[in-house]
Design a protein. Sequence first.
Length: 733
Amino acid sequence: MAVSADPLRLVVGDKAAKRLASVLGLHTVGDLLGYYPRRYDKRGELTDLLGLRDGDHVTVQAEVASTSVRKMQSRPGSTIFEAVVTDGRGKLTLTFFGRGRQAYRERELSPGVRGLFAGQVSSFRGKRQLTHPDYELLGASSPGVRAEEYASELIPVYRASAQLPSWKIAHAVRVVLDVLDVPADPLPADLRGRLGLCGYADALRGIHRPVDLADMARARQRLKWDEAFTLQVLLAQRRLAAISYSAIPRPLADGGLLAEFDRMLPFTLTAGQRQAGQVIAADLALDHPMHRLLQGEVGSGKTIIAVRAMLQVVDAAGQAVLLAPTEVLAQQHFRSISSLLGPLAMAGQLGGAEHATRLTLITGSLGAAARRRALLEAASGEAGIVIGTHALLEDRVQFADLGLVVIDEQHRFGVEQRDVLRDKAGDGRPHMLVMTATPIPRTVAMTVFGDLDVSTLTELPAGRSPISTHVVPVAERPHYLARTWERIREEIGRGRQAYVVCPRIGGDEASLAAASEDALFDEPGLRPARPPVAVLELAAELAAGPLAGLRLAILHGRLPAEEKDKVMLAFADGLVDVLITTTVIEVGVDVPNAVVMVIMDAERFGVSQLHQLRGRVGRGADPGLCLLVTEMPEAAPARERLDAVASTVDGFALSRIDLEQRREGDVLGTAQAGRRSSLKLLRLLRDEDLIGQAREEAVKLVDADPALAGQPALAEAVRGLVDAEQTTFLEKA
Ligand code: ADP
Ligand code: MG
């Protein structure tokens, strides 16, 4: 008999275990049982061969139509055996190289025989083929096929590869299921009873070896509950733990910097800003740590809310830190917050206000002397507000009394990085405010940030001009590209500025710009057969051609930090007309005079990313214009995505589209990779109701039994989830 933690080797033998480990990363019985089929084929129902695409790894069910053998010219004694298989409409050629006549293949793959064939699709002389596919024949008489497999009308098809075809995985699963001890059920019996969910052992069998579709659906439903419930229990435990920690209350003070700041503010806060501000002010006054996510569209004015919260903490004798994901953004925050605060941040300087504090910047690019000074200001408490990048996470960075941690563009960071900063507070825990401009649907917030309270800014400050977005389809209308550059010239002529965004840096290295890591859609065959447009190359072309005579500058992640900052500053000061850049400008950059953005090869970016990018224009009084240049043909799915971006500026609607079209993990970013691997069946949009229900049930259970003393199997499952998160973090580090 076997249990979940047993190494696979003990059950399926050394050879199979090695394959499962090296190809799929599955080591234990539990790992294999958690590797669910990606689809189920009906026995006898042939796979649609016309739908295959080059490069796909496929497992198809098909019938042999004809075979042939011919000699290889180049290698005497060798032959090529070809079998053409069909689904009745499409055809696929199976090619086998071998010695001699390959008579055994001829016997096995005779016309009329049906089988499963697995391999990578390629094209040769206009014909789709699989070279040396692995196969398993489907016929009661086929050797090696057990009669019991025909009890089911469904064939589980696993994500597989040439080294490890689907049926070999299925075979290993079958062996494991045969010897598995009845596992303890992680879902409480009472919950299962109320919801009519099947037992765990039944579910494992039903997902891997369903008798029929209803059986499979029952299993899936039950296993979705496992995923949703385990996660929600973990989050409920974390919320409970968080409120049990103590924090130093930082209540609003009269006559402090915040009051002075509010008096100086050159605009009135939006209703949403006021409301979020009040909630945060109240949170900060409590003696347990605030744990709040502030989400709001690009340009909705989150920074002001953060600054006000930081000032409240400084007024209450604490320090605040603001962590930004990039050097450019940290620098920009430093500059813009310095100018917003004016004399309030000029402690000890000429013209400083009476109770002024000091703003300190800590980034990786500081020189030794500047860094020493900055570290000292943070450690002594002289700096009320410290702004920086990942450099803030280093051990050397210490605070006198850290009261508030603000994390900007939180999706760029992991929970672990939050924790590192949190641990820099002395007694008790600091309050925590994380901000994101990537609007996320409610269930995602609930799932990924379930341990946070959420505030949302839904409106943009008044006077903000709308951004209009257009797709520039150069495949159908090549002359639109020239028109695009003219458009830029016109705006520059009116004293405005523009961005041109490219997916790649260029130069010696052909790799994608590191910044667009989450933008890689795989649509083989549809891409133009050239590398993505690159900053360096395009800049040279534009300077020599369509934009000759304008002041162009380039910005990308390979530039030294000082250089990046110089370029950004020059752009912000209006000394540069057109900034040709990668997505390093994606987050937070604020230059109100920039009104046009052209995005090259726009299909290479994700929906949410495009939405973020275009938020860089239309930040002043002039309406913004965003042009999405693409060579994709009209019918391509990528074009639909671009049309969606062009048709709405509602970030929440777009984030749903993003989520529908992509796997959750891509949307959630690298930081949540651990969570992604734990969500196998659950879909954050489709299963909204289930997730909501699971959350309620989880809260009830955790309130009654925080340590899960009465639910050992559930406690074990939750531990597994935590391990998975930590493993991904360690791998990243
Ligand atoms: P984001 O939410 O994208 O971080 P920011 O905080 O950078 O947005 O704000 C964008 C711009 O709007 C900044 O220039 C900021 O000074 C300005 N702003 C913020 N709040 C208001 C307001 N209530 N009225 C007018 N302008 C505002
Ligand atoms: Mg911002």
